[in-house]
Design a protein around this ligand. Sequence first.
Ligand code: NAP
Length: 207
Amino acid sequence: MKIAVIGAGPVGMTLGAGWAAKGHEVRYGARNPASDKVAKALAATPGSTALPIAEAVRWADAALLATPWEGARPAVSGVDFAGKPLLDATNPLTPGFEIAVGHTSSGGEQVQAWAPSASVVKILNSTGAENMANPVYPQGRAAMVYAGGDARAKAVASQLAADLGFEPLDLGGLEGARYLEPAAMVWIRLAIVQRLGRHVAFGLMRR
Ligand SMILES: NC(=O)c1ccc[n+]([C@@H]2O[C@H](COP(=O)([O-])OP(=O)(O)OC[C@H]3O[C@@H](n4cnc5c(N)ncnc54)[C@H](OP(=O)(O)O)[C@@H]3O)[C@@H](O)[C@H]2O)c1
């Protein structure tokens, strides 16, 4: 699959490199294709190139949004996604690391409003980039819960998460992002504030 990765920080770079390693084609969509972060991501992602965001999305079958929250609106506004899946990995965090929207809406729903031509799936926001690089633990695969309104887009997002090694779990419609974004804060607080470290992940147990 051809994937446009918007944002070349730890999340964009890790996912871009991970998908390329699984045989997908990756192009980074960047506001500045010559930035240092993009150069680092290109070096980590064999076969990738960098383009302006709209061009990368035009080329792609699916896109990933992995900018800081304040960059999400400018990154997707005016881009024609032509109904393609847009995997939204952002968390709507303030500079003070508090959730900026919630309960009655979510960052995922805002991204859908800013990018009405996309089929937004909230996914890959609720765990750290280290788990995106390797979600397989001795106890099993880390879970990756996702939410979205379009079944076809969710099937693509689910497969892309499974390709990385996650166990994908469907939470239903995009309003499920209202619960996935606070779930990211649970991981962040356990890993960083409570000092469990970044090599911890949530998994689903069954009986
Ligand atoms: N880090 C994690 O472990 C983690 C885990 C789950 C979810 N998340 C979420 O994922 C998102 C990305 O996190 P990150 O840590 O990878 O962030 P980051 O390092 O801050 O990502 C910065 C990237 O976003 C780009 N960017 C910023 N504003 C932009 C804009 N207006 N248009 C286009 N690109 C823009 C930057 O472009 P330049 O190269 O031009 O500066 C840079 O490539 C955040 O929303 C975060 O909350 C992070």
